[in-house]
Design a protein around this ligand. Structure first.
Ligand SMILES: NC(=O)N[C@@H](CC(=O)O)C(=O)O
Length: 428
């Protein structure tokens, strides 16, 4: 029995409809659909979205399997409604050769929970000194088109220029982690009133903004495409807005945590709030939300950054930076963007599925919920309210900033090419 009938789902938040899946494909979308022998899923007014696509996930394999593996990371992704993730290159060894990206790609294929598209490093060992084998990674079985030294900034302007020139030849994109290293030496949190009061090393907004300004100008000069990872400041938004108005080929992402949390939380000294880039101010949060709504910021990307508890359960200064995010992203977006009236569900689909797939040149994902398309889908109970309990996470790590916080929405089903990866909120 390969047919599934999802009955009465609000497709992209619209009027309830039925969706019939046959094998790997959506066969029909309409009302009153009948399918002899199909497995019936009563959606009961839940919202049906195209499978989510995350352009920024840390899967940690190879090398840090104590925090996540491709298998557990893709299970976390499926639980959060994702059908494809892009895996960042800051693994051990670094994904800076065809061999390593092919290894990650192959592990993704074996996982079966979610498609994995490896990201290749821009520079050898993420050291910022010498371009990695970008062409060989592109020509490999993994067909890499997104390159990033994320976790580190490509701070040398000449290297950045060369990378942009190189990827232009095959329509690739450089995803920049914008952080001027000299301006952030010893930085522990956002530079501002809270850092001054706590006496923690500050991370000024200009450290991010100056790199973005340089890189959009470089992208313009070279005629290439740049993507900016995890925007966190109101000033960054202004630069992207200016660059787009000038016709520069730039896209940008924001993380769920930068849409919700502020540096006030650092007063707790709980390292669960320690992240790169740091949590900023309320004014930044509001500017990021507005920019995501008006399209200045193109997409939501999780920056899912799992860490084992010994790397987080320690004093603030010694703790690793990063938060898990795959299993809570959609709930945070529902709270900050949908329930505030800034976005409707089709706007969410654009920013969490269609557009990230387009930026990463990923085919078969980020497609409309219509007949003939691959059945990559997620069903969301948007009426659900519940406290986040990390004990229930599929991720190997638990470093969520939302423990005990009430968030709306819950993914009840995810289908990857017609095969259920999540059923009734549990991994299939
Ligand atoms: N986002 C994070 O806080 N951490 C990321 C890398 C990074 O430092 O950007 C990680 O890989 O842990």
């Amino acid at each position: 029995m390969s047919k599934i009938l999802i009955r009465g789902a609000k497709v992209l938040g619209g009027e309830p409809q039925d969706v019939l899946i046959d094998g790997e494909t959506i066969e029909a979308v309409g009302t009153g659909l009948i399918a002899e022998g199909a497995q019936v899923i009563e959606a009961d007014g839940k919202v049906l979205l195209p499978g989510l696509v995350d352009l920024h996930t840390h899967l940690r394999e190879p090398g840090r399997e104590d925090s996540e593996t491709v298998l557990t990371g893709t299970q976390a992704a499926a639980s959060g409604g994702y059908t494809a993730v892009f895996a960042m290159a800051n693994t051990f060894p670094v994904a800076d050769t065809a061999g390593v990206v092919e290894q990650v790609w192959r592990l993704g294929k074996e996982s079966g929970y979610c498609d994995v598209q490896p990201i290749g490093a821009v520079t050898v060992g993420l050291e910022g000194k010498q371009l990695a084998e970008l062409g060989a990674m592109h020509d490999s079985a993994a067909q890499v088109t997104v390159f990033s030294d994320d976790g580190k900034c490509v701070d040398d302007a000449v290297i950045m220029r060369r990378a942009l020139e190189y990827v232009k030849a095959f329509g690739g994109v450089v995803a920049q982690h914008a952080q001027e290293p000299r301006l952030t030496e010893g930085a522990q949190m956002n530079e501002g009133i809270v850092s001054a009061e706590l006496g923690l090393g500050g991370w000024p907004a200009v450290a991010e903004e100056s790199v973005i300004a340089r890189d959009v100008l470089l992208a313009e000069h070279v005629g290439s495409r740049v993507h900016i990872c995890h925007l966190s400041t109101a000033g960054s938004v202004e630069i992207i807005r200016w660059a787009k108005s000038r016709g520069i080929d730039v896209t940008a992402e924001v993380t769920p945590h930068h849409l919700l949390l502020t540096d006030e939380l650092v007063r707790s000294y709980n390292p669960v709030y320690k992240v790169n880039p740091p949590l900023r101010t309320e004014a930044d949060v509001l500017a990021l939300r507005e920019a995501l709504a008006d399209g200045t910021i193109d997409i939501v990307a999780t920056d899912h950054a799992p860490h084992p508890h010994e790397d987080k359960d320690c004093e603030w200064a010694a703790a690793a930076m990063g938060m898990v995010g795959l299993e809570t992203a959609l709930s945070v977006v529902q709270q900050t963007m949908v329930e505030t009236g800034l976005l409707d569900w089709s706007g969410v689909a654009e920013r969490m599925s269609y557009k990230p797939a387009r930026i990463g040149s990923l085919t078969g994902h980020g497609r409309p919920v219509s007949a003939g398309e691959p059945a990559n889908l997620t069903l969301v109970d948007t009426a659900y309210r519940g406290e986040v309990d990390p004990a229930g996470f599929a991720s190997r790590s638990r470093n969520t900033p939302y423990e005990g916080r009430e968030l709306p929405g819950r993914v009840t089903h995810t289908w990857l090419r017609g095969r259920a990866t999540v059923v009734d909120g549990k991994l299939a």
